[in-house]
Design a protein around this ligand. Structure first.
Ligand code: SAH
Ligand code: SF4
Length: 382
């Protein structure tokens, strides 16, 4: 465990919470905006650098508050420009954040939990089991760290991060309150000013929380489908036994229609050789999704040791895509990025591997202790 300081961590406060905080210490509410800009636009964690805040208030803040993101254990840059950070959270575990540049777009893939309880059969995060929920500061802290590594330009100028997807480690809907608050900060102009269309929550299908979502936020939604019938889906995504497809798709349609605009559900489908990539599966999928306005994103399986699954051939992937396209669906195939730094979907395990260790730019002497902990942590895992 990382020792907590007892101070209020301002990094994780939404705008209304920040205003309440300044109210509670007898200060004017407009201070909230000033301080939030320093933190999120300029990546500042030192109150003394907040030059439009009086010296007296800075001293007061230093005594009772802090700006503390998760500790960066490593930062790696892939030959294709993809970046991966391994960060340590308060529970002592590590999680991963991945940045994927693509033309003018820069997508940050953010983790919501250390590990995951849902145990999807083809996911290495699931294989770890659940460790802890990330705090708001730890979720938004990943955006804060990434933004800082690009030079912390104010969020309104030529942003490196144009999109955020909650597709890192964990099931975001099982850490509901913290993920919602962090996504509000992603969209807030005093935070990162990212449009609601460009913030996406991906879920394996926690129906009651999808139903709850529209009361709190209007971000884009991605559903991890992976199988076109309940029998197969229950094998691959065990939560399907509790919330089967009919119920799940209805809940997704309700959420999408609550957005009241022309926004469509993204359906993610990890293609597993010989398991869910037959012509029959495509045919069933066409029927299953016929009443659900959506675009489909096929994700060729990213292998990890002892997974027991294989990635289909490029021909099989193309054939699956074409079948869906012929039925009128908009279908993209996700290209694998950052393979040389183990940054692809489903490869995120929160560990610093040998390759990462060698190429890491940021492991400083002060983190050597942390490294030792990490090795112990890794050794303790099944
Ligand atoms: N828990 C959420 C979000 C994180 S997983 C969810 O399941 O939606 C992000 C995406 O990566 C999901 O669609 C997930 O099914 C997919 N994924 C997991 N393991 C994978 C692997 N080994 N290869 C390809 N995609 C994988
Ligand atoms: Fe959890 Fe998503 Fe992995 Fe399933 S795919 S185990 S829900 S992180």
């Amino acid at each position: 465990m990382i020792a907590t300081t007892g101070k209020t961590n301002l990094l994780g406060l939404t705008q209304p919470e920040m205003e309440k905080f300044f109210d509670s210490i007898g200060e004017k509410r407009f201070r909230a905006g000033q301080v939030m800009k320093w933190i999120h636009h300029f990546g500042v964690d030192d109150f003394d650098a907040m030059t439009n805040v009086s010296k007296a208030l800075r001293d007061k803040l230093k005594a009772i508050a802090e700006v503390r993101g998760p500790g960066v254990v490593s930062e790696d840059i892939s030959s294709d420009g993809t970046r991966k950070w391994v960060v340590r959270v308060e529970s002592g575990s590590c999680v991963e954040t991945v940045y994927i540049p693509q033309g003018k777009r820069g997508t940050l893939c953010v983790s919501s939990q250390a590990g995951c309880a849902l145990d999807c059969s083809f996911c290495s995060t699931g294989k770890q089991g659940f460790n802890s929920n990330l705090t708001v500061a730890e979720v938004i802290g990943q955006v804060w760290i990434a933004n800082k590594s690009f030079g912390s330009v104010p969020a309104t100028i030529d942003r490196a991060i144009t999109n955020v997807v909650m597709m890192g480690m964990g099931e975001p809907l099982l850490n509901f309150d913290n993920v919602i608050a962090a996504m509000h900060l992603m969209m807030d102009d005093l935070g990162y000013g990212i449009s609601k269309r460009r913030v996406t929550l991906s879920t394996s299908g926690v129906v009651p929380m999808i139903d709850e979502l529209s009361k709190h936020i209007d971000v884009s939604l991605a559903l991890s489908l992976h199988a076109p019938n309940d029998e197969l889906r229950s094998q691959l995504v065990p939560i399907n036994k509790k919330y089967p497809l009919k119920m799940l798709l209805e809940s997704c349609r309700n959420y999408m229609s609550s957005l009241g605009e022309k926004r469509v559900l993204t359906v993610e489908y990890t293609l597993l050789k010989g398991v869910n990539d037959h012509v029959d599966h495509a045919v069933q999928m066409i029927e299953l999704l016929k009443d659900t306005p959506c675009k489909i994103n096929l994700i060729p399986f990213n292998p990890f040791p002892h997974s027991g699954y294989e990635r289909p051939s490029n021909n099989a992937i193309r054939r699956f895509q074409e079948l869906l396209q012929q039925a009128g669906y908009n279908v993209t195939v996700r290209t694998t990025r950052g393979e040389d730094i183990d940054a692809a979907c489903g490869q995120l395990v929160g560990q610093v591997n040998d390759r990462t260790r060698r190429s890491s730019r940021l492991i400083a002497a002060r983190e050597l202790n942390a490294e030792t902990d990490l090795a112990q942590n890794a050794a303790a895992q099944p």
